[in-house]
Design a protein around this ligand. Structure first.
Ligand SMILES: C[C@H](O)[C@@H](O)[C@@H](O)[C@H](O)C(=O)O
Ligand SMILES: [Mg+2]
Length: 446
């Protein structure tokens, strides 16, 4: 049973020095330090439960998101959990529509990342109070209750509440069987861990050999900085994985529209399934042009990890600008906004292949994609969830991957809780890991 009044919202800046090993590097982000604005919510319920939430950042700027969480927290402290979740769309609207704060958004940038972190903590706490993993909390809700969590403002021209209701009701058929199927086999995943842009050929080969041995069949490679290097790396990885396995490309917004078409055409011989983020994430018509030009080559466009909100996704869908939709658990306004996007994707019949990796993104998004399969899409064709093999050891309930599939989490909550020891040591800049790095390596002071 949901209970308690929120008494405190604490937020911290937790950073991992992943740039040291070039982990996470791509054509636009050569040196990310995977980080999080990490939120902890407490209530007066005397049950010892806390809600943990986060949003993903790349190091610098985490302090800005921390400020935004503090600015938004006035809307959260003293609120009753029962009041929040019984009219969740209203609470969502309140957080995203503060008459002053929305000027520095609205529903985008640092303030929206902060909304995600806070709401992720609320969802974690709610699921814990109900003693269910978040995916199961969602699966067990009836269509009306699910809809009551979604703010439909600005998307009703693409998806009305009535249409969303119909989708959910139609998907009730076979729900139980799909839940069983997920519990037995898990949700299919692909790996990005082998081919970050900063990795050497030798590292790429080693990681690829290991991944193949572990049963991975779908691989993503970073491209976009240098065409000759891309050809070389794509050839290498295609030779290693063979013609039967799946290859995806990710340019992280590096190109102009025309350049994207020309560049990817030159990589078409390696038979990629998709090109991800070919250009600016805000350029809907640009994505549409790229999609149209690459369709005859059998290459789809994927995007979403930096789509600010449901309006951008709506337009991408309306403009037929993407073939694979990549939701993000920490960029969109938490579960609430992701539900809206999952339902729009269903209506437009575009497969959802979530963005994950970072720190904690795999832990969170697995819940959303499990729910999507069981209660919305009912389809696994052309669908897979990203997996990246970093930083899981810092989480209390890390993801479980079996035969390249995400196995449904069993513990209550949203898998957001980090180990106390980790948040202390990696706290920026006071934590002992950063104290050592900052005193020894000038590079971290820029
Ligand atoms: C900076 C990050 O590692 C990105 O490169 C990463 O999220 C990437 O785009 C991905 O698709 O996993
Ligand atoms: Mg990407």
């Amino acid at each position: 049973m949901v209970r308690g009044r929120i008494t405190a919202v604490a937020v911290s800046d937790v950073r991992f020095p992943t740039s040291l090993g070039h982990h996470g590097s791509d054509a636009m982000h050569p040196d990310p330090d995977y980080s999080a604005a990490y939120v902890v919510i407490e209530t007066d319920a005397h049950d010892g439960l806390k809600g943990y939430g986060l949003t993903f950042t790349l190091g610098k700027g985490t302090e800005v998101v921390v400020c935004a969480v503090n600015a938004l927290s006035t809307h959260v402290v003293h609120k009753d959990m029962e009041e929040i979740v019984s009219n969740f769309r209203n609470f969502y609207r309140q957080l995203t529509s503060d008459g002053q704060l929305r000027w520095i958004g609205p529903e985008k940038g640092a303030v929206h990342l902060a909304t995600a972190a806070i709401l992720n903590a609320v969802w974690d706490l709610w699921a814990k109070q109900e003693e269910k993993p978040l995916w199961k909390l969602l699966v067990d809700m009836d269509p009306k209750q699910l809809l009551s969590c979604i703010d439909f403002r600005y998307i009703t021209d693409a998806l009305t509440e009535e249409e969303a209701y119909e989708i959910l009701v139609n998907s009730l058929l076979g729900k139980k069987e799909r839940e069983e199927q997920m519990l037995t086999h898990g949700y299919p995943a692909y790996t990005t861990s082998c081919a970050w842009l900063g990795y050497s050929d030798q590292q790429l080969k080693q990681l690829c050999t290991k991944a193949l041995k572990d049963g991975w069949t779908r691989f993503k490679v970073k491209v976009g900085a240098d065409l000759q290097d891309d050809i070389h790396r794509c050839r290498l990885i295609r030779e290693m994985i063979g013609p039967g396995n799946i290859l995806m490309l990710d340019a992280n917004q590096r190109w102009e529209v025309k350049e994207a078409i020309e560049w990817v055409t030159k990589l078409a011989e390696f038979k990629p399934l998709w090109i991800e983020e070919p250009t600016s994430p805000d350029d809907i018509l640009g994505h549409a042009a790229i999609s149209k030009a690459l369709a005859p080559l059998g290459i789809g466009v994927a995007t979403g990890e930096q789509c600010h909100n449901k309006v951008i996704f709506k337009q991408l869908l309306q403009a037929k600008a993407l073939s694979y939709l990549q939701i993000d658990s920490c960029r969109l306004g938490s579960v609430n906004e992701n539900l809206a996007v999952l339902l729009m994707a269903k209506k437009f019949q575009i497969p959802v292949c979530p963005h994950a990796g970072g720190v904690g993104l795999c832990e969170l998004v697995q819940h959303l994609i499990l729910f999507d399969y069981i209660a919305i899409s009912g389809n696994l064709e052309n669908r897979m969830c990203e997996y990246v093999d970093h930083l899981h050891e810092h989480f209390k309930y890390p993801v479980i991957i079996r035969k390249a599939c995400y196995m449904p989490p069993q513990h209550a909550g949203y898998s957001t809780e980090m180990k106390e020891d980790s948040t202390r040591k990696y706290q920026f800049p006071q934590g002992e890991v950063w104290q050592k790095l900052l005193s020894g390596h000038k590079i971290y002071l820029h």
